[in-house]
Design a protein around this ligand. Structure first.
Ligand code: KIV
Ligand code: NA
Length: 278
């Protein structure tokens, strides 16, 4: 008997029962690790542009790149629900583009849900995708694809007016059919209120403890990415330090001749060796 895969329906129906976990992964090995830890949802985030590819932001990530990484993650996942981010300008230009690009993440990539950023302006796209049978995750608050117009990676919704706008966006997305909603970098009381008013789960990142679930970037959680560490990140490990020490040990042992040792080397039958050495 295999494991039972998590579905978007399971996620939607879990509201109020238990806290949900989501973590990013961008390749096969990390996906196997996250999946074996029974994390509910694996997000192939467009954050891969920054943490995997070293770019300044997520703007230049392409659908091809998302498909490439999604395929690797899907190969490493047995249980978690794999969600692929729709990258910048793969859905804003209209329902048709959104459908075609989401279909690629679904069919070529093997994702079982997509995530897109934005509020009222993406409602037609969400409705069309959901009607076509593609489960959609919403994402409001700090939406990194709009970093240029937001003026940087900043907390959103700090005024009562902005908070009300976020609540309205959340309700519009729920009505459009998203099965869960990511809330990024907004004050905890607003996230709590949105969580209370919606019947779908909210997944917070920098949105306080009252969300229905939490999401973090794999490299942030493990302390593998140190270009900058946002306030909302908790580093549960320092794998950069662990890795650097292992790599330095390797260098030292190669240089002093202690690696490879005999147990890492292949022997030859004695008689063949004698013949060979003659
Ligand atoms: O791309 C990403 O990693 C994300 C999460 C931070 C929600 O969108
Ligand atoms: Na993203």
């Amino acid at each position: 008997t295999g494991v039972k895969p998590v579905t978007s329906l399971d996620i939607r129906q879990s509201k109020g029962d238990r806290k949900l976990t989501m973590l990013t992964a961008y390749d096969y090995s990390s996906a196997t690790l996250v999946d074996e830890c029974d994390i509910d949802m694996i997000l192939v985030g467009d954050s891969l542009g920054m943490v995997m590819l070293g770019r300044e932001d997520t703007i230049s990530v392409t659908v091809d790149e998302m498909v490439h990484h999604t395929r690797a993650v899907v190969r490493g996942t047995k249980r978690a629900l794999v969600i692929a981010d729709m990258p910048f300008m793969s859905y804003e230009t209209g329902v048709e583009d959104a459908m075609r690009n989401a279909a690629r993440l679904f069919q070529e990539g093997g994702a079982r849900a997509v995530k897109l950023e934005g509020g009222h302006t993406v409602v037609p796209q969400v409705q069309a995708l959901v009607n076509a049978g593609i489960p959609v995750v919403g994402h409001i608050g700090l939406t990194p694809q709009r970093v240029a117009s937001l003026g940087g990676f900043k907390v959103q919704g700090k005024t009562a007016e902005a908070a009300n706008a976020l609540l309205e966006e959340a309700k519009a997305l729920e009505a459009a059919g998203v099965f869960c909603l990511v809330l990024e970098a907004i004050p905890a009381p607003i996230a709590a209120r949105i969580t209370q008013e919606l019947t779908i789960p909210t997944i917070g990142i920098g949105a306080g403890a009252d969300c229905d679930g939490q999401v973090l970037v794999f490299h942030d959680l493990l302390g593998l990415f140190d270009r900058f560490v946002p306030k909302f990140v908790k580093q549960y490990g320092n794998l950069r330090e662990v890795a650097a020490s292992a790599i330095s040990d390797y260098k030292r042992e190669v240089e002093d001749g202690s690696f490879p040792a005999s147990e890492h080397s292949f022997a030859m039958p004695e008689h063949e060796k004698e013949k060979f050495e003659k």
